[in-house]
Each structure stands twice: as structure tokens, then as C-alpha cells.
Design a binder for this molecule. Sequence first.
Ligand SMILES: Nc1ncnc2c1ncn2[C@@H]1O[C@H](COP(=O)(O)OP(=O)(O)OP(=O)(O)O)[C@@H](O)[C@H]1O
Ligand SMILES: [Mg+2]
Length: 250
Amino acid sequence: MLSIKNLHASIGDKEILKGINLEVKAGEIHAIMGPNGAGKSTLASIIAGNENYEVTEGAISLDGEDLSELAPEERAHKGVFLSFQYPVEIPGVSVTNFIRTAINETRKANGQEEMHANEMLKVIREKSELLEIDRKFLSRSLNEGFSGGEKKRNEIFQMAMLEPKLAILDETDSGLDIDALRIVANGVNKLKSDKNAIVVITHYQRLLDYIVPDFVHVLLNGKIVKSGDASLALELEEKGYDWIKQEQEA
Ligand SMILES: Nc1ncnc2c1ncn2[C@@H]1O[C@H](COP(=O)(O)OP(=O)(O)OP(=O)(O)O)[C@@H](O)[C@H]1O
Ligand SMILES: [Mg+2]
């Protein structure tokens, strides 16, 4: 589904990604871990099409289609979803209206009719129940005055509504209380299918107790330096990143 080959990317004259290779197949969950400043959020932003970064080498494709010339919204219409580490606030636009617009824009771009209002309400009800979201919350302005955990939960609600092909969750677990973590993780697990793929960026092995990844990758200084299964996350928790750095130097 997602294929990244030798991706190099810079901002100004600073090279941040230094040759990333990553293959994500439908039905898989991948976790990306790595120290602060390694380039995890940069990688996520570049997949989603953030134009502040310059891709200097390499390629990203989705289902065989090159993404490099596509604008962020075109990528979204093709089913790429990014949950931000720091979600933006949009005063005056309610959670419901935002999601309604997003869904209908995607439908339009794919030549489908708008979702009928009754259908929309039904889906909103289903998904908000799945994620245990209070109905009152849905009429509030997007992210305005939301607590950290509410922002994260809302991001997962958007993901549940949009049913993306490829979901990238950037530190969706940070700042979540234990119950919210479980709810968000359950939501992600319920959304998992053999047609979509999920990439979770996290600092904590804890999340991976709930969302069990098929693969764990360690991103260090702009490169994926180690990949393994879920046990790699446990090993990292135990030994820290110095272990990998030393391995690299050896
Ligand atoms: N717009 C920018 N301008 C300047 N430097 C940037 C910019 N965006 C990212 N960087 C730098 O690129 C590096 C990688 O940042 P990135 O946010 O991708 O790290 P990260 O792995 O997500 O870290 P964290 O775990 O702290 O979220 C950092 O050194 C950061 O300062
Ligand atoms: Mg980050």
C-alpha cells in the first residue's frame, strides 16, 4: 500500500530525513519509535504532503501511485489520514460540521454523491459511541478549549468517520489518561481491516500493549536503523536508545 524508497528531505539547508525505506502493506500496523528530533513527525508530514519540507531524493507511492506531485488534500482524498501531534484549533467550526465537510469533499473528489444527512447522523452516532464521545462535545468548536486528551480523542473520531486507507497517528497516546488510551486504542483496533493500514508514532511501549503492531521501526537521526516485531518495543523500553546508537557505531 505505502511504499517509501530512499526518502531524503530537508528544510532550508538542514537535511532531516536521510534515506528512509518503508513498506507498509494493507492489513498491517507499523509502529515508529525513536528519540526526540529523530524525524518521525517530519516523515508523517511529508507523507501527508506538507509543503514546508523539500523532498530532495527518493519516492513515496500509495498503491503504486506516486504521491510526490499531489497536494495534501488530494492525498487525503486518496485515503491518507494524519493525526497531528499538535492538532489545530478552528474557532466557529463545530466538530460535526468539520467532519461533514471533510467527508463530502472526499466523496466529491472521488465522484460520489454527498452523504445523506440522516446517514451522516447515523454514522456520527455509531462512531461517537464506539469512541465513547459525549454528544455535547460534537457541537463544540473544533479543538477550541479542548483538553489534550479531548483533542486526541477527536482526532481518532475523525479517523473513524473518514475510514482512511492509510492512517498515520503521531503521538496520539501522549497526554491520554488510562481510560482514554484504552478507548482510543480500541477504536483503532476496531477500525483495522485487511483493506487499510495504520502507522503509529509513539514514545511509549504502553500503547503497543493495546495496539499490537506487526512491525516496529526505530528512526534515528533521519534513518530507520532497526526493524523488528512487537518485541523490539519491549527491548527498547528496557535498554533505551543508547543500545541502538552503540550498535550503530560498532
Ligand atoms: N519547520 C522546521 N524548521 C526547522 N527545523 C525543523 C522543522 N521541522 C522539523 N525540524 C527539525 O527536524 C528535526 C526532526 O523533527 P521532528 O519533529 O520530525 O522530530 P520527531 O522525531 O517527531 O521528535 P519528537 O519525538 O520530539 O516529536 C528536529 O531537529 C527539528 O528541529
Ligand atoms: Mg514528533
